[in-house]
Write a protein that binds this ligand. Structure first.
Ligand code: PEP
Length: 258
C-alpha cells in the first residue's frame, strides 16, 4: 500500500476540555461543515465523560469515536479506571495509547503501554500509539534511538497481523505552537516505517498509517500531508475550534485523489 492508498485520517484530541453543552454546540457546527466529507476519515477523541453524548450525536454520521486512554484489565477492583470493553460498549472505534502527556504527567512506561495496546486489540479497538522524543533527546541526537525503543517495547508480543496506527508526536512540539518542520516529521515517519518493516514485515509496514502530531493548525496541515510517510494528523489545541478543525478536514479531503 502506498501513501496514495492509505486512507487519510484526522484525529481531534480534545484532551480535558468541554462540558456536555459546549460539546453539543461544537458538534452542531462541526457536523454541518463536514457533512460532504467521505474520503477522509474523521475521528473525535473527547474526554471519557463525553463519550456517550458525543457518540450519540455522531451515530448516524461518518465521524468515528475515540477514547484518549484505557486500562489494560477487562474488569475488577481498579478504582477510577476504564476498560477497553467499556469503551467498545460506548461505540469507540479507536483509542489513543501512550500520549506523551500520559507518559510525562502520569508516569506511563513502555511496558504499561504495551499492555494497554494488547487490551485494546483484544477488544477490537484500533489503538493509536503515540511516540516521540523530547527536546533534550533530539538535541543529544537520540531521536531515532528513542523512537526505536518506544516502538519496539510497545509492540512487543503483538502479532504482525494486528492493526494499529502510530502517531509521531515530538514532545517539544505538543501544545507549544512550535511544530516540527515537515521534513523533520517525514524523516521520523520514514524511520518509523522502516522499523515497522523489521518488526512486522514489508507488507504490513506499508499498511500502517502514521500520523504527525504537534502544533498542527490550518496553516501548516497541508505541508505535513504532502509528506510520503505521513497519512494524517493528531490535532490537539486547534481541534477545539470546530470551524478550524472542519477546515482541516476539508483541506485533507481536497488533497485526496478521487
Ligand atoms: C496532541 O494532543 O496530541 C497534540 C498534538 O496537541 P497540539 O496539537 O495542541 O500540539
Amino acid at each position: 500500500m502506498s501513501n496514495r492508498t492509505r486512507r487519510k485520517l484526522l484525529v481531534a484530541n480534545w484532551k480535558m476540555h468541554f462540558l456536555r453543552a459546549s460539546a453539543l454546540d461544537y458538534l452542531k457546527v462541526f457536523r454541518e461543515r463536514v457533512r460532504a466529507v467521505m474520503k477522509t476519515e474523521i475521528v473525535l477523541a473527547p474526554p471519557f465523560t463525553l463519550l456517550e453524548a458525543v457518540g450519540r450525536e455522531i451515530r448516524e454520521t461518518q465521524i468515528k469515536l475515540a477514547a484518549q486512554d484505557l486500562f489494560y484489565e477487562n474488569e475488577g477492583a481498579f478504582t477510577g479506571e476504564i476498560s477497553a470493553a467499556m469503551l467498545k460498549d460506548l461505540g469507540c472505534a479507536y483509542v489513543i495509547v501512550g500520549h506523551s502527556e500520559r507518559r510525562r504527567l502520569f508516569g506511563e512506561t513502555d511496558e504499561l503501554i504495551n499492555k494497554k495496546l494488547q487490551a485494546a486489540l483484544e477488544a477490537d479497538l484500533l489503538p493509536i500509539l503515540c511516540i516521540g522524543e523530547t527536546l533534550e533527546e533530539r538535541r543529544a541526537g537520540r531521536t531515532q534511538a528513542v523512537l526505536e525503543t518506544q516502538l519496539r517495547r510497545a509492540l512487543e508480543g503483538l502479532a504482525p497481523s494486528e492493526k494499529h496506527l502510530i502517531a509521531y508526536e515530538p514532545v517539544w512540539a505538543i501544545g507549544t505552537g512550535v511544530n516540527a518542520e515537515p521534513a523533520q516529521a517525514q524523516e521520523s515517519a520514514r524511520f518509523i516505517r522502516e522499523r515497522l518493516r523489521s518488526f512486522l514485515g514489508e507488507e504490513r509496514a506499508q499498511d500502517v498509517r502514521i500520523l504527525y502530531g504537534g502544533s498542527v493548525r490550518v496553516s501548516n496541515l497541508e505541508s505535513f500531508l504532502q509528506m510520503p510517510d505521513i497519512d494524517g494528523a493528531l490535532v490537539g489545541g486547534a481541534s477545539l475550534d470546530p470551524v478550524s478543525f472542519a477546515e482541516m478536514v476539508q483541506q485533507t479531503e481536497r488533497m485526496v485523489p478521487s
